[in-house]
Ligand binder design. Structure first.
Ligand code: 1CP
Length: 333
């Protein structure tokens, strides 16, 4: 039995399992090499590339789970929304989605829209052997933020303006994105993903009351009744971890700001936790890395299940050797 799947199910583990959000990507020289000259979306539509890039961190670090190499906007692009991923920036659209007509023009996703996802997941599951694959999708709020802003944002001004000013359009957009995210997850599960993670990376920009009113029902629609364990994560959501759990989670992802024992005490016995080493700790002196890894392990040990991870994604300029040292430390302890 995989240590990762056991921890997710709150069962006894041989050692604490570990993987890293954004473990594939620019921090790896082998990734930079294989990606040279190929756009991000094109890479995501090429099963051989997806398979190789997903496997790279598994080989290098010996992590306990693989995260499918794709992006949260891949299924949105697959239904014809003219979105691109600009290197060094992220998802961008020339014409943001802001009106009822813009929302009505977005069609639903079907598995036939993403044959390359099915093919890549199947191929990967074959190559991974006993290492479980984590499928993922972006939550409606986080996806909507890119569509409404037209790109990455700091303040989510246009997103919140739509949410508060035109709640009917907002809810129609989020319902559409929930359907798209749901199908994207189901396709990955049908092809062999053993767990899924819903990334609501930017939900922490909302108060708990607004999260519950404007975002949570749509995330619940994505997560409800899936047939595999669900990890639910957002950055800066320490003020509303209970709501993140209630939306539909088996594992609550916690960023670096909230100690895991504090998070777990609030969530209770029904949830495992994932996290939460500060993504900048890998840049610190080795004694600090060791101290912080031990602290996170000790705090996580108080939860009914703990998956070691960073508090958010791997920074692009992280030294891969530091991540390898962290994996070894977690496995030794
Ligand atoms: O190993 C892995 O985790 C890689 C797979 C992966 C995942 C899970 C990628 C590849 N993207 C994602 C999800 C994703 N994409 C999220 C949720 C995770 C998180 O919070 O970190 C988000 C918010 C995005 C949107 C996105 N795509 C951004 C962030 C922009 C912002 O608002 O700050 C960026 C930079 C991308 C592009 C992207 N996605 C993935 C990679 C390796 C890259 C960089 C590609 C490149 O520059 O060529």
């Amino acid at each position: 039995m995989s240590a990762f799947l056991a921890a997710v199910r709150r069962e006894p583990v041989p050692h604490t399992p570990v993987w890293f959000m954004r473990q594939a990507g620019r921090s790896l020289p082998e990734y930079r090499k294989i990606r040279a000259g190929t756009g991000m979306l094109e890479s995501c539509r090429t099963p051989d590339l997806v398979t190789e890039i997903t496997l790279q961190p598994v080989r290098r670090y010996g992590v306990d789970a693989a995260i499918f190499f794709s992006d949260i906007v891949v299924p949105v692009a697959a239904v014809g929304v003219p979105i691109d991923i600009k290197a060094g920036v992220g998802p961008v659209l020339d014409e943001p989605v802001r009106t009822a007509a813009d929302v009505a023009a977005i069609r639903d996703l079907t598995p036939e829209d993403v044959p390359y996802i099915t093919e890549a997941v199947r191929q990967l599951v074959g190559e991974l052997g006993d290492t479980p694959l984590i499928g993922f999708a972006g939550a409606p709020f986080t996806l909507a933020s890119y569509l409404v802003e037209g790109g990455p944002s700091r303040s989510y001004t246009n997103t919140k303006a739509l949410m508060y000013g035109a709640p009917d359009i907002w809810h129609a957009l989020c319902a559409k994105l929930a359907g798209i995210a749901r199908v994207f997850l189901e396709v990955q599960i049908a092809a062999g993903a053993r767990t899924v993670q819903l990334f609501d990376s930017w939900a922490g920009a909302l108060s708990e009351a607004d999260y519950r009113r404007y975002a949570m029902p749509h995330s619940a629609a994505v997560l409800d009744g899936l047939t595999v364990p669900r990890i639910h994560f957002g950055v800066g959501t320490g003020h509303m971890l209970e709501a993140i759990a209630e939306a539909g989670a088996d594992v609550v992802g916690v960023d670096w700001r909230t100690p895991l024992d504090v998070a777990s005490a609030r969530l209770g016995a029904g949830y495992a936790v994932q996290g939460n080493l500060d993504s900048i700790v890998p840049f610190a002196p080795v004694e600090v890395i060791e101290r912080e890894v031990r602290r996170v392990l000790a705090e996580g040990a108080k939860a009914p299940g703990h998956v070691f991870n960073l508090g958010h994604g791997v920074m692009p300029d992280t030294d891969p050797d530091a991540l390898k040292r962290i994996v070894d430390l977690v496995h030794e302890n």
